[in-house]
Write a new protein. Structure first.
Length: 332
């Protein structure tokens, strides 16, 4: 489990201090995949660096599996770092070494004897599905395979936490799904805790159990995926369940609504709108598979004097409605 408490990081600079993290309180449950999203400069990388102990917080604490990383002296920090594996956007493998030798590298550094190392590397390559490529060199691998080697290397020292910084942004859609499938598998088989920084809503939808949105170094929204997306009008609901652009032209008043298909069938949601008559219509809608279920979001266009009636009807049908939503926000 990871616990951040009142975490603050200030970088001094000649033009004045830069507050990268401004009082972060966050818990990541053991054995879950937690996404961290936010615009460029929101503080995501700083957060990860504080988790690895590469960066010392200005104040506040970082605790990983009961060890307060932020309070450890330098000498003990190195051992603690082995408990956290890092995966980056660009894998940075040693080209002259085989895949197996790349995965073995952190074990060499940790002083693990040769025979033990070989057994562990074989096991790790099996875990990431590259057991038959041990003797290949990085240049012979696809981008997705390289990323899997990076994950195997990060797992070499048996970390309890895997920190992933934009692990799939250099990969195409199919390969992204493959790597995320592996992350899910690691969570399920090894019970590992994963923190994944991403700017891609699809990554959060596909693999995260919980998600946190950062803005200017602060937590704007955080929680289990199924909960945040059904908070109507919230930035994560809008980013993770995006509806197509509203058609141009005159609008009367808008009502936004979200629903989990576990509670409300999409046909029932549309029937509730239809029951309001011809002058109330769905102007944009989507249903996204997410967190093991499906979440729908729709925007209803209605005459201004019927907004309250629309909200009441949608609520009675089991949806979470919001009158007069502001414009769609881009958060990721
Ligand atoms: N070493 C540093 N010295 C000074 N300022 C820094 C340093 N590292 C980060 N910052 C500043 O701290 C803020 C947060 O940066 P950070 O890299 O954590 O954001 P980010 O959300 O990861 O952004 P990106 O998505 O672009 O990587 C930014 O304003 C950045 O300019």
């Amino acid at each position: 489990m990871i616990e951040l408490s009142a975490l603050r990081k200030v970088y001094p600079s000649p033009d004045g201090d830069v507050v990268a993290l401004d009082g972060i309180d966050l818990t990541v449950e053991r054995g879950t995949v937690h996404g961290v999203v936010g615009r460029s400069g929101a503080g995501k990388s700083t957060l990860i660096r504080c988790l690895t102990g590469l960066e010392r917080p200005t104040s506040g604490t970082v605790t990983v599996d009961g060890v307060t990383i932020s309070a450890l002296p330098e000498a003990r920090l190195r051992a603690a770092r082995r408990r956290t594996g890092m995966v980056f956007q660009h894998v940075n493998l040693l080209d002259s070494r085989t895949i197996a030798a790349n995965v073995a590298y952190p074990l060499e550094v940790a002083g693990v004897p040769r025979r033990q190392r070989a057994a562990r590397v074989a096991e790790l390559l099996d875990v990431v599905g590259l057991g038959d490529r041990a003797g290949a060199h990085p240049a012979q691998l696809s981008g997705g395979q390289k990323q899997r080697v990076g994950i195997a290397r990060a797992l070499a020292t048996e970390p309890s936490v895997l920190l992933c910084d934009e692990p799939t942004s250099a990969l195409d859609g199919e390969t992204t799904r493959e790597v995320l499938g592996l992350v899910r598998d690691l969570r399920d088989r090894l019970g590992i805790t994963v923190v994944i920084i991403t700017h891609e809503p699809a990554v959060v939808r596909e693999v995260c159990d919980a998600v946190t949105l950062l803005q200017h170094g602060r937590v704007v929204q955080s929680g289990a995926l199924a909960d945040v997306v059904t908070q109507v009008g919230s930035p994560l609901s809008r980013a993770l369940v995006p509806v197509p652009d509203l058609p141009p032209g005159a609008r009367r008043a808008l009502v936004e609504a979200v629903y989990s298909t576990r509670a409300v069938a999409t046909s029932a949601a549309f029937a509730a709108v239809a029951s309001l008559g011809d002058d109330v219509e769905v102007t944009s809608a989507t249903v996204e598979p997410l967190a093991g279920e499906r979440v729908g979001r729709l925007i209803v266009d209605a005459p201004r004097d019927r907004v309250e009636e629309v909200v009441a009807r949608l609520r009675a049908a089991g949806l979470e409605p919001l009158a007069a939503p502001t414009s769609e926000e881009e958060v990721a």
